[in-house]
Design a binder for this molecule. Structure first.
Ligand SMILES: [Zn+2]
Length: 533
């Protein structure tokens, strides 16, 4: 099963490899570098004399080496980040928030120090620093070296980055996977990293944080229901908004418009979902400003165990001394069980993340998984749907996005916290994600395990007749039209599960490893046995 996954992934990328051809392949390995730079030996090459996979990437920066250097020495997981795509790193559970300023405390990098590439601090050890010109690093196991060289070029700087890997000790499949997956992935990420470094050194990056996302209520255009946030002043930073009595929205935050919810029931309260790994401080700040200092929740409840929902769960559970609950079927995923990740994989897992996780080897993989594991903290929700300490609330099983996805429901007024079973951000269209377009949507197809169960769960939620639909991403839907809007959405999903998932169209057959898209291949809608109440 695992092996099939590798073969499928490797086969697909081999096909890509054939299509892109050797020239593009070289271009990925040697992005931006001149032939002279590619073939020149550099300080640091001696760290790994028998490397069999070498990449030389380079960029010109309109700043002096002394101006580039401070940005370079502070990189690393848990340091100033990688200046690349933080969201990709967070998919791997890495603590990445790329800094937009020079951090004085991180400038004292010395020979022997680590530049971490994993949350546990393991990574590249500094082997040599020469002036503000050369930073040479390599892993302790001697399989990977990475050197950066800054050379003055007139008023500018030439930054040359060389990675060398030794893969001869790996099994054949792992070597194939390393080449087919790691090379394109490292090209995409390192290219972005060099551009990010250049933009920072050239002062093109604003040191202040990104402005808060647009909080417009385009969800209202879909139906008579209005987005709850439209009624209040848009919150920034740590403020919480009451979207129903005793239900507070924290967020939406960031590019992914991620939400967490603070829910009170009499004198006790819970946190539903815990954002990305970096969201812990603002969740705590929001709870403090709402409830006063020192008040701990009875529990943190997870809708599912994805890194944008349980990222800060461990930190918060430890700070508050409270348990974390998830559906029993979700517990293996929450505790970093690699076999379970394979069993419940979505397309992104199957095509990219699992093959990469296999390629990096057991030790590094276990370190990454341990870094985001909730082992010893997460408990299974009790059967029957009750939530201890929260009499007015219950949970229902809404699998599909993940095997143990749940929604939280308050019976008396049918407030539904739906996680990623139904959300209110158009995550299945790139344009929707980039423009943060609001509107009802199924879960992101690329991280979804079982699309048929997704449809069943959407119907299940529609059957509740929600008065407030508070999803995992985007502005919640509230108001008199909400139940009707969710019904209409469920009906559309029943007719064509993939249409509402908005999967990029690629014909009916698709590639062999792609899931089938029933709705697009039939003239008439498939009959469905269930009625939408
Ligand atoms: Zn999510």
């Amino acid at each position: 099963m695992k092996r099939m996954g590798i073969l499928a992934g490797a086969g697909m990328l081999a096909a890509v490899g054939v299509i892109v051809g050797p020239r593009q392949w070289r271009r990925m390995l040697d992005w931006g570098a001149t032939p002279e730079e590619i073939h020149r030996s550099l300080r640091g090459d001696e760290l790994l004399p028998d490397a069999d996979l070498v990449a030389t990437r380079a960029i010109s920066i309109a700043a002096s080496p002394a101006e580039v250097w401070p940005w370079l020495v502070q990189i690393g997981v848990g340091r100033a980040g990688a200046y690349a795509y933080d969201w990709v790193d967070r998919l791997f559970g890495l603590d990445m928030r790329s800094s937009r300023r020079i951090v004085p405390e991180l400038q004292g990098l010395a020979v022997g120090d680590m530049v971490p590439v994993a949350n546990d601090g393991t990574g590249l050890r500094v082997r040599a620093i020469e002036g503000e010109r050369v930073l040479a690093t390599s892993t302790d196991d001697g399989t990977w070296s990475w050197t950066w060289v800054l050379e003055p070029a007139g008023d500018a700087t030439r930054l040359i980055s060389r990675t060398r890997m030794a893969t001869a000790h790996q099994a054949l499949l792992a070597r194939v996977a390393t080449r087919l997956l790691l090379v394109p992935a490292s090209w995409v990420l390192e290219r972005r990293m060099l551009l990010g470094l250049r933009d920072r050194a050239e002062g093109r990056v604003d040191a202040t944080t990104r402005s808060s996302p647009r909080a417009t209520s385009t969800a209202a255009t879909e139906t008579a229901a209005t987005s709850a946030a439209a009624t209040g002043t848009a919150a920034t930073g740590t403020a919480a908004r009451e979207i129903a009595p005793e239900v507070y929205l924290l967020g939406p935050w960031g590019r992914t418009q991620t939400n967490a919810y603070l829910v009170r029931d009499g004198s006790s309260w819970v946190l539903v979902d815990a954002g990305w790994e970096n969201d812990g401080p603002r969740i705590q700040a929001a709870a403090r400003s709402l409830l006063g200092p020192g008040l701990a929740p009875v529990a943190i409840l997870l809708t599912h165990a994805h890194p944008d929902h349980d990222g800060s769960a461990r930190e918060l559970a430890q700070a508050w001394g409270c348990p974390v609950f998830a559906h029993p079927a979700e517990v293996p995923l929450a505790t970093g069980d690699f076999a379970a990740m394979g069993r419940y994989a979505g397309p992104l897992d199957r095509w990219l993340i699992l093959p990469l996780m296999r390629a990096i080897g057991g030790r590094r993989r276990e370190a990454i998984l341990a870094g985001s594991s909730l082992a010893g903290i997460v408990l299974p929700l009790e059967p029957g749907g009750a939530i201890p300490g929260m009499e007015g609330w219950g949970w229902i099983h809404t699998p599909g996005h993940t095997p143990g996805h749940v929604a939280y429901v308050r019976a008396r007024d049918r407030v539904v916290i739906s996680g990623d079973a139904i959300l209110t951000l158009k995550v299945n269209a790139w344009s929707g994600l980039l423009r943060q377009q609001q509107g009802l949507s199924g879960p992101p197809w690329y991280t979804t395990w079982d699309q048929e169960k997704v449809t069943d769960s959407i119907i299940e939620i529609a059957d509740l007749g929600p008065t407030v639909l508070a999803g995992g991403h985007g502005l919640p839907l509230a108001g008199p039209g909400t139940a009707a809007a969710v019904h209409a959405f469920a009906a559309r999903t029943m007719r064509d599960p993939w249409a509402t998932a908005n999967v990029p169209s690629a014909g009916c057959s698709g590639t062999p490893s792609m899931p089938r898209r029933p709705g697009r291949c039939r003239a008439a809608a498939p009959p469905h046995s269930r009625e939408v109440g």
